[in-house]
Design a binder for this molecule. Structure first.
Ligand code: ADP
Length: 797
């Protein structure tokens, strides 16, 4: 603390003697007026003034001078002896009074010194406060952290009379402190202190130890010899460093001031440094927080901007009664602007109804958005009327005074849901129709069987009954075949048996199948087929299936006496086969739909029960397996339909004459074994074969099948695979092991005919494979061809 400088003692004594002489002179000059009655008159004030102003010792000098001068005047005059009692009393009073004055004066003098010291201290504080106040103003004006820290250092150095100052910070987990701001250093010095390793030098140590480090004289302090060179070049001797504390209680940097002269810190130094360190801490933390917040905001902004999910923030607009009647776009991401079909700038700050006047026409939307002001809400809605068929899923939550809204276009999902429901409905309808279709043939079959068995039935009636049964069974077989084929196509299990085929023969076969329907409905059939043969590498049975399906539909969906046309023409290496009718036609919106599974276009109640809705799906699937296309065309209801199959052609086979030659079928009787645990199936097949003149042996399980084989030595054996005792495969293996067993033609008969089953059958020794229900015509053809050819082979050998 500063104290006023005491007056030099000699000067005080000279002044006190001067004062005493002045009092003596005045006493002497006024003697003619007052006589000798008041020898101390002027000495009282002189002693008082001397004691107060110059101290008690000069006051004592004045007192003694006054005493001497008064005693010289007193009787006996001219001596220092006082004879008269009254004079002695006056002397005593003088001594006592002046003693008192001396004591009071001393006291006052001390008080005055203290007051003067306090005054000086106050002035210094006012000066410091003024400087700090000015600093506050500068800090408020600046927003850049380095500038703010520099202002702090300048003020601190100014107040302390320091040589230089620096503030260094540690960035994250760096090993060194980076000097962020410094004043008073030369550019070279600044470069040298740009980074200080933690624990190195006074400021690195202050940081590492979390405590102030004071170097009173760099050259005398043994702790930091490395600092001397820098201090010498920059011209400082003392260093006062202190850590910068964070609000969380740890240390993130240091503040240091350097002095030209050796010096320890005063209390004021410490106070000012503390204050400035706190200010610097607050500023650095605020800047870091701002940077972190900005970085976080930038991340959120990038996420929102690049998000494909539309997002916006809406603030409510209330009417005079405080009811929310509209919302305003406060923020939108690009995805939201895109959905709304406008630029972000055109939407931000605008009311929703300004852009979409009908936005709140939806009965519940505004209510839901109001609810979102109070709590999160999720819902799906379809905007009216501008939204068309689009569906949106909205997720809205309160955000500040508004609502943050995510919305996603879920039209596709809704469409899928609808399609799923539709498929489900179609499946139910299909099951109902299938049941109906399967039950339909049963009634005539049952009645025909009754008639056929009746003893009173005429041969004509019996034949008629058998015809009915055969027709109805054929109908059911086609139905089941179609179903199985559709299932195989869907599972990718259907195999094509391709061969180079003259498409005319395929068309003839298809026509043969459709002819009964066309004829029964008295429809006109026109065939427009080129004379030149059209060859294609196809599975003839499957192409015939497609065409008979199309012809069957044409007949089914055309009124009696209508016209059906089958045409073919060459086009760019392809054949375009068209099945055209002038029937009920197809509405344009259903042209694609008819190829979907279980689809039936409801044109009239009569048309509804005409099929299962799988024929076209199956036909298109088969066409696609051939690399072909199948499309539909119609000018609408009542205007007929045209189905077009476009198929790639190939070259005619080299042995054209042989391929084209009509097959010669002459039936020869053969020995056949039929084995099936389904007695009806076995016996009916045996019956058909016997009618054709073959010699048939029967067996109903695997073991007896083997015995029968040994007994009759058949040329061909038709064996069911799933038989009791021994499976068909086991029987086949056993037959092949018999002497002469390898010569027989073995045919496997299975329910499903999966690839796996076929492979297993082939392994067991089977030559052919048929899927149930077995078509007797196919069996007869096979017997004819294979047994004949193997017989020829044998005879040729
Ligand atoms: P199905 O004939 O068994 O119902 P399809 O898959 O063959 O099944 O046909 C699907 C639907 O396509 C039919 O129900 C019918 O509505 C329509 N369709 C097919 N062919 C024709 C055609 N030639 N004329 C009019 N409509 C047709």
């Amino acid at each position: 603390m500063l104290t006023p400088a005491p007056m030099p003692a000699l000067r005080a004594f000279v002044l006190s003697i001067g004062l005493a002489l002045l009092a003596a002179l005045l006493q002497w000059m006024l003697r003619p007026v007052f006589g000798t009655a008041t020898p101390f008159l002027f000495f009282y004030p002189a002693v008082g003034v001397a004691a107060m102003r110059l101290g008690w010792k000069p006051g004592l000098v004045v007192l003694l001078v006054g005493l001497a001068s008064a005693m010289i005047w007193m009787q006996p005059e001219g001596t220092l002896w006082v004879a008269a009692t009254a004079d002695r009393v006056a002397v005593a009073i003088y001594l006592a009074g002046c003693g008192l004055l001396l004591a009071m004066g001393e006291q006052l003098s001390r008080l005055s010194i203290r007051a003067s010291q306090a005054e000086q201290h106050l002035a210094l504080q006012v000066h410091d406060l003024q400087a700090l106040h000015d600093l506050g103003g500068r800090l408020l004006l600046s927003t850049d952290l380095e500038g703010q820290l520099k202002a702090i250092l300048e003020t601190l150095c100014g107040l302390k009379g320091a040589h230089s100052g620096l503030i260094a910070l540690r960035e994250r987990d760096a090993d060194a402190l980076q000097t962020l701001a410094c004043v008073g250093f030369s550019p070279e010095g600044r470069a040298e202190i740009a980074a200080t390793p933690i624990g190195y030098g006074p400021w690195g140590t202050a940081f590492a130890e979390h405590n102030p480090v004071t170097v009173v004289d760099v050259h005398a302090d043994p702790r930091f010899p490395e600092l001397r060179a820098l201090a010498g070049r920059e011209g400082f001797r003392a260093v006062h460093s202190r850590p910068l504390p964070s609000l969380a209680g740890d240390v993130f940097g240091v503040l240091s001031v350097q002095f030209e002269q050796p010096r320890g810190p005063t209390a004021r130094d410490n106070q000012l440094s503390d204050l400035c360190a706190q200010m610097a801490s607050v500023l650095v933390e605020r800047a870091r927080l701002r940077m972190e917040t900005q970085a976080a905001l930038r991340k959120v902004e990038v996420a929102l901007q690049s998000s494909a999910v539309p997002f916006n923030i809406l603030t409510p607009i209330a009417d005079t009664r405080g009811t929310v009647v509209d919302f305003r776009w406060e923020y939108l991401n690009p995805a939201a602007a895109k959905v709304l079909g406008q630029d972000i700038e055109q939407l931000e700050g605008r009311a929703v109804t300004e852009i979409q006047p009908h936005a709140w026409d939806h009965p519940e939307l505004l209510g839901k958005m109001r609810a979102a002001l109070r709590g999160p809400i999720e819902f799906e809605y379809q905007p009216v009327p501008t939204g068309g068929q689009r569906w949106f899923r909205i997720v809205a939550s309160p955000c500040e005074a508004g609502v943050a809204v995510w919305f996603a276009d879920v039209t596709e999902r809704k469409e899928q849901e609808r399609a799923l429901r539709e498929a489900d409905r179609r499946k139910d309808e299909f099951v109902a129709t299938l049941a109906h279709e399967l039950r339909n043939p049963l009634a005539p079959i049952r009645q025909a069987a009754v008639i056929a068995r009746s003893p009173s039935a005429t041969p004509a009636q019996q034949r008629w009954s058998l015809d009915v049964i055969e027709r109805q069974v054929g109908h059911m077989a086609v139905l089941l075949d179609d179903l199985l084929d559709v299932s195989r196509i869907t599972r990718g299990k259907l195999e094509l048996r391709r061969e180079v085929t003259n498409l005319r023969t395929v068309a003839d076969a298809a026509l043969e199948a459709a002819r009964p329907s066309i004829e029964s409905r008295r429809q006109t059939f026109v065939l427009d087929w080129p004379d030149a043969a059209l060859w294609a590498d196809v599975d003839p049975m499957r192409i015939a299936q497609i065409l008979s399906n199309l012809l069957g539909n044409a007949s089914k969906y055309t009124q009696p006496a209508g016209e059906i046309r089958l045409s073919a023409r060459r086009e760019d290496g392809h054949v375009v086969i068209e099945v055209q009718d002038n029937g009920i036609g197809i509405p344009p919106q259903s042209l694609d739909e008819v190829f979907e599974m279980f689809t039936q276009v409801r044109t009239s109640p009569a048309a509804a029960s005409m099929g299962l809705g799988i024929g076209l799906a199956l036909s298109r699937g088969l066409a696609q397996m051939h690399g072909a296309t199948l499309t539909a065309r119609s000018d609408g209801l009542g205007h007929g339909s045209t189905f077009t199959l476009r198929l790639e052609l190939c070259d005619a086979p080299a042995d054209l004459a042989q391929a084209d030659a009509p097959a010669q079928h002459t039936v020869h009787p053969h020995r056949v074994l039929v084995a099936d645990d389904n007695r009806d199936a076995a016996e009916s097949l045996a019956e058909v074969l016997r009618i054709e003149g073959h010699d048939v042996a029967l067996a109903f399980d695997g073991e007896s099948a083997l015995q029968e084989f040994k007994r009759v030595a058949p040329e061909i054996a038709l064996l069911d695979i799933g038989m009791p005792i021994m499976s068909g495969n086991e029987v086949a293996r056993a037959i092949r092991a018999l002497p002469g067993g390898e010569a027989a033609v073995l045919v496997a008969i299975t329910g499903w005919g999966q690839q796996r089953d076929r492979a297993a059958a082939k392994d067991a020794g089977f030559d052919f494979h048929f899927t149930k229900p077995v078509d007797p015509a196919k069996v007869l053809r096979l017997i004819e061809e294979t047994v004949k050819s193997s017989a020829e082979e044998t005879s040729g050998q």
